[in-house]
Design a protein around this ligand. Sequence first.
Ligand code: C5P
Length: 227
Amino acid sequence: MTYAIVPAGGLGARMGSRRPKQYLRLRSVPILVATLRALAGARSLDGIVVAVPSAHVEATRRLLARRRVPKILDVVAGGADRQESVWRALLRIPEDARSIVVHDAVRPFITAALVERVLAAAAGGAATCGVPVRETVKRVREGAVEATVEREGLWLTQTPQAFSRALLWEAHDKARRDGFAGTDDAVLVERLGTTVAMVPGLAHNLKITTPEDLRTARAWARSRRRA
Ligand code: C5P
C-alpha cells in the first residue's frame, strides 16, 4: 500500500497573518484543502496522514470532513519543525505501507501525474522532484556578494518526494539520533549514503510562504478558472 504524509504543522511566521498560511483561502477553500484534494487525485495513493499545529487538530478534522476530502486516514499534532511533524505522521502510517509520499501542505498546484512520476522514480528507494536553477546564484553576506556559485548541476527541490517506508523510517530515525535537522526528507536519506533520484517537477509548483506568494497563487487560481 502507498500512503502520503502532509506536513501542515507550520505557524506561518513569514506570512505575518494570525491564521497559519495553510488555512488561508485559495479558490474559495483553505490552501490545505486544495492541496489535499489534488494529492488525493493520485490513483496510487491509498490514504493520507496530515500533521497540523496541535491547537488545530480538532478543527482540521471537522474541516476535512465538512469539505469531504477523500482518503484522509488521520490528522495528528505536528511538532516544532517540519521534520518532527513528518515523524509524528510517520508513526501513524499503517503497518501495510510499502511506499510513502511526503508533500508540503502549502504546494497546492501539484498534479496527480507528478505524484505518480515521483513514485515511479523512487522504485522502492527514494526520489524527489525539482527544477534546474536558471538564474545566477550568489552567496551574500551583510549586503555584499561573497561568491558566485557554479550553477551547473544545481536544482531547486520541490515536493512530492517518495520513499520506501523502511528507508524513510531509517532516515528519520538516524537524523533524530544524530540531532540532525533537515529542511526536506530527501536530505535525511542522502545522509544514509543512499541515492535519491531527481525527476522534473513543475514550474508552477509554487510553495506559498510569503504574502507575495499568496497573491501569485490567487492570481494563478483565478486565471485557471477562466481558462
Ligand atoms: O516553513 P516550512 O518551509 O518548513 O514549511 C514547509 C511545510 O512544512 C509547510 O507545509 C508547513 O506547514 C510544514 N511544517 C510543519 N511543521 C512545522 C513547520 C512547518 O508541518 N513545525
